[in-house]
Each structure stands twice: as structure tokens, then as C-alpha cells.
Design a protein around this ligand. Sequence first.
Ligand SMILES: O=C(O)c1ccccc1NCC(=O)[C@H](O)[C@H](O)COP(=O)(O)O
Length: 273
Amino acid sequence: MTVLDEIIVGVREDLQERQRHVSLDELKAKVAEVAPARDALVALRGASKESVEVISEVKRASPSKGALSDIPEPATLAAAYEAGGAAAISVLTEQRRFKGSLDDLDAVRAAVNIPVLRKDFMVDEYQFWEARAHGADLVLLIVAALDDETLKRFFDLTHELGMNALVETHAPEEIERAVALGAKIIGVNVRNLKTLEVDNANFARLAQYLPQDAVLVAESGVSEAQDVADYASHGAGAVLVGEALVKSGQPTEAVKAFRAAGLTARKEFLAAS
Ligand SMILES: O=C(O)c1ccccc1NCC(=O)[C@H](O)[C@H](O)COP(=O)(O)O
């Protein structure tokens, strides 16, 4: 079993527990009452073509690194990210390995005005209703975890609920599947979720397969500003950053620095393409 498979086993067990407490009908009633989703596609495209947007993550722990940061007030952290110019906030809601929760999602949703990503391992339609009921604007679809029929069904449901999907890939054939789906926000996670190996050069290797009309998100592996510049020089229009931000101690300044770091490289990339 891969790490991803193991995580999903736990996700399904936790999901069954929540389903025992909150019915799908209850979630649907809640969805009817929440404010419409914010447009994450517009937010991630940024005010200018030349910007490199930052999706800033609330990440307490991870399977690869264990505990990262306590984050007693996810709302405060998210507000600090927004003050630094984050385009969106990613909230890990998986409990066992990442120590996240839907309470974190609620707290962040209430604290910021920018789009919020529910970052989880989406394997059941219930989770999409749950995401929207808790105010998410964007959800993660991991291509490696879903067959084509399920991927399409989840992608369509995401849009029916007014949300956008960050469609995550890690290999050429997964990018092909994301493109066939019509994904407008395509992530390349440089972390292999089956082995946990992180190799930032994966983004450059996969860049040739990525469509230029989508928002291209480089996920994971940013530890310093130069990493953002490197991703931008290969076409990334956005980066998703977790560990480096939660451990920075200065989240507002760190987001500002990462945003600034990509500008020149992005400009040069656009001029050359
Ligand atoms: O972070 C992990 O160890 C991990 C392991 C297995 C599945 C997913 C995992 N992380 C999810 C992410 O994609 C990252 O949280 C996100 O891209 C930010 O990564 P980083 O900036 O390297 O913390």
C-alpha cells in the first residue's frame, strides 16, 4: 500500500463517523444558506498576468515531517496571510496525519475575504457538500486518487456547487487527464504522494505538458524565495506553500517575500513564451 492509499483508508473511516452525525440532507440544507463561493479562478489569475500568486496553507503536521506548528488560532494565521497578499488560503481538514478539521475551515472562512481551499483527500460526494457547507470556495482533486469516471463526477459536482477545483497532478498522464477534464486550475505537486519524496525539479520536467491557458500551481517544496522564482521561470502562475509559512514566525512578511520573488522570473517567462 502506498502512503496515499493509507491516508485514504483513514479518510474513509473518519468520513463514515461524520456521516453518522450529519446527514447529507442536513448538509444540503446548510449549503442553501451559505454565501455563494468566491471565484478562486479569478483570484489565482491575479490582478496582473505577471504576478505569481500565493496559496498560503494552514498546516499543523504532515505525514512526511510530523508536527510542524501548533497553530492554536488558524483564523489569526489566515488573516496574517491575507494581510501579506495571499490570493487564497489552503486549510488542511484531514485529521489523522495533518491534524486539521472542519472547525479550522470554519474559523478561516470567518476570518478572511479571499477564497478558501478545503485541502483534503476527496473520495466521496458527501465531502463536496461538506466543503461548501463550511464555506469552501475551492476543493482539491488528486488525479492519482481517482479514476476517470469519479474524477469527472467530482469535477462536475464541484462546479454545480459553485466552487472551483484545483486539479492536482504529478505525472504527464495525470496532466493529460486534467486537461481532458477541462481543468482551469492545474496543480503539479512536486511531492510524490505515494513515496513522499519531494523534488522541486519535477515542475520543470512536467512544464512542457501543461496548457498555458490554465492557472498553473506549483505545489510543495518552497522553502525560500528562490524556489518561487524557479517555479515561475518554468510557467507557474501560483505556488502553494505550507511548511515554510507555518514555520516562518512572520507569516505576513513571508507571503509578501514569496509574492515578490516570482515577479521577475514570471515576466521573463511570459516574454519568452
Ligand atoms: O505534506 C505531506 O507530507 C503530504 C504527504 C502526503 C500527502 C500530502 C501531503 N501534503 C499535502 C500538500 O500537498 C502540501 O501540504 C502542500 O503542497 C504544501 O507543501 P509544503 O509547502 O511542502 O509544506
